[in-house]
Design a protein around this ligand. Structure first.
Ligand SMILES: *Cc1c(COP(=O)(O)O)cnc(C)c1O
Ligand SMILES: [Zn+2]
Length: 416
């Protein structure tokens, strides 16, 4: 008995249960249609609780999962009465046990499980740092091979809470290459026999994993929030939150109104913010990210610098924003640093740079009147607790197995 069928959002073609990233007829995103229409929580410690809406057969047993709590100090500071924090990271005092410290681990567990269940042997992905760390961790736990391509700026983010294993293959890109160069090289590697591409936003397991932040919030609060705040680079987290809320809406027990997506990019690199502000479905590089490499080099939260986000694609971020009457913000490094200090001192946990960007947008939204005092707000702190983690264990750096000078290097030089 199956659990779901994959369906194309454009032409409706159904593919059953597969590890599949695209439709044979068009370039639309696929979406999982689950046979369980009501969310039925499983007695699992982490993300496995949300098995109803994960595209895998075996229930995940990891203790890594999203948590949601009601803010007191930051809420008081901002004059909000229903501010909830979704926290993905390490914070044992709050029951948060994501040892790679970001919600990327929520995608890595179901993706690697689906890969295993569908007979895949090795997965290839590009990462600005956080995704690579999450997949390396799951690889170290399960022994499944991962090939991770990371630009130089991401290398310090590639550490593990345990000894790296031979199944983790880290490929470093020389300085001068950015995250999008890493995506291009990973795309070539993924075409080699035996390799499966991770697929980014096209990967349904990835989206469902990230979507559990919204599910956890809805079951904790008792209803869907009115607003969802997150910093975005690819926007996959925003798409995932939207899709999760569509399922909650259909479930019927968590309210009917979709949360308004309030998403943020980190200036100066903010192509989706600029396109959305201009009312465009298309990102026009000359207008929305002129001098992209320079802008990326100047951006504080490098994890948010994706030059090819799934924005225009059918079922992508533009559709998610349009369907939820969404808002986008652009915040500066200074805004983010200020919000980081405020959040950390009031809430008592350290947060990663992209989460500081997300927190800064909440301050802006309050100022602009884009939320009302009593609205139910979910702030997705998608990464944090790294300083807290270091009190309990020593992160171990992953050593690259090869360096690529550019995205077009011969592949034999990189894998052995
Ligand atoms: C990846 C990441 C983001 C951006 O996620 P999207 O894929 O753009 O939704 C935000 N915060 C953290 C901590 C991340 O690791
Ligand atoms: Zn199709």
């Amino acid at each position: 008995m199956g659990r779901f069928t994959l369906k194309c959002l454009k032409c409706g073609t159904e593919y059953g249960e597969q590890y599949r990233l695209s439709c044979k007829n068009d370039d639309s995103l696929l979406r999982a249609d689950y046979y369980e229409k009501k969310l039925e929580l499983r007695a699992r410690p982490g993300i496995g609780r949300f098995h109803s809406w994960l595209p895998i057969r075996e229930e995940l047993t990891t203790e890594a999962g999203p948590i949601t709590y009601k803010s007191e100090a930051l809420a008081r500071e901002l004059g909000l009465s229903n501010l909830y924090i979704g926290f993905s990271g390490y914070w044992p005092e709050q029951g948060a046990f994501i040892k790679t410290c970001s919600f990327k681990e929520l995608e890595a567990h179901p993706t690697m499980q689906l890969l295993k269940e569908t007979g895949g042997k090795a997965i290839v992905l590009a990462s600005a740092g956080n995704t690579g760390r999450a997949f390396a961790h799951v690889s170290a736990l399960t022994g499944t091979d991962v090939y991770i391509v990371v630009p130089e700026s991401g290398i310090p983010k590639l550490w593990l809470p345990e000894e790296p294993t031979d199944s983790v293959h880290l490929i470093r890109m020389a300085p001068g290459n950015d995250y999008t160069d890493a995506i291009n090289l990973a795309g070539r590697l993924a075409k080699l026999p035996g390799m499966v591409p991770e697929g980014g936003a096209r990967n349904v397991a990835r989206r469902e994993g990230m979507g559990t932040v919204m599910l956890d919030a809805a079951v904790t609060i008792g209803k869907m929030p009115d607003h969802y705040f997150q910093a975005v680079g690819s926007g996959t987290g925003g798409i995932s939150a939207w899709e999760a809320s569509l399922r909650l809406q259909a479930d019927g027990r968590f309210g009917l109104k979709l949360p308004k997506l309030q998403l943020t990019q980190n200036l100066p690199f903010a192509p989706m913010y600029r396109a959305w502000e201009a009312g465009r479905r298309e990102i026009i590089p000359e207008l929305d990210m002129p001098d992209a490499k320079q802008q990326i080099a100047e951006t504080y939260a490098t994890v948010l610098t994706n030059r090819a986000p799934p924005y225009a694609v059918n079922g992508g971020l533009y559709d998610a924003l349009a369907d939820t009457d969404g808002i986008m913000y652009g915040v500066t490094k200074e805004d983010a640093l200020e919000a980081k200090k405020l959040f950390e001192s009031l809430e008592g946990i350290d947060i990663l740079p992209p989460s500081a960007v997300g927190a800064a947008s909440l301050l802006k939204a309050v100022e602009a009147g884009n939320v009302a005092k009593d609205d139910v707000i979910l702030l997705n702190i998608a990464g944090g607790g790294f300083e807290r983690l270091k009190e309990d264990l020593t992160p171990i750096p992953i050593t690259p197995v090869a360096t690529a000078e550019n995205p077009d290097v011969p592949l034999e030089d990189l894998i052995s």
